[in-house]
Design a protein around this ligand. Structure first.
Ligand SMILES: [Zn+2]
Ligand SMILES: [Zn+2]
Length: 103
């Protein structure tokens, strides 16, 4: 029984990581979805890759989200104006999205 619970935990953890890695950014009017680091994502909302595809959006040719999503995405370590942690996902090495990375 205990082994079963451990196995279940790892399955749940695996699912959580997988869904987190598939966050893309798209505005409601846009036809493309983007990574958090893309200049063109602008004020786009985060959504799951599945939701973006369901809405008929295609991957951006500039940031190539489909390729980026293979990389490990982490939550941006930057802080927003109100002092909370930035909610954007990023695959950049310094762990910060395009808004927070040092220039
Ligand atoms: Zn893009
Ligand atoms: Zn950020």
């Amino acid at each position: 029984m205990k082994k079963f619970l451990v196995l279940l935990f790892f399955m749940m953890a695996g699912l959580a990581i997988q869904s987190k890695a598939q966050t893309v950014y798209a505005s409601s009017k846009g036809e493309k979805y983007h990574t958090a680091d893309c200049k063109l994502s602008g004020d786009a909302d985060s959504m799951t890759l599945a939701a973006a595809k369901k809405a008929g959006k295609t991957s951006c040719g500039v940031c190539k989200p489909d390729e980026h999503l293979k990389d490990k995405m982490v939550q941006c370590s930057g802080k927003t104006a109100d002092g909370t942690q930035c909610k954007r996902q990023t695959a950049s090495k310094d762990g910060k999205c395009f808004q927070h990375k040092s220039k």
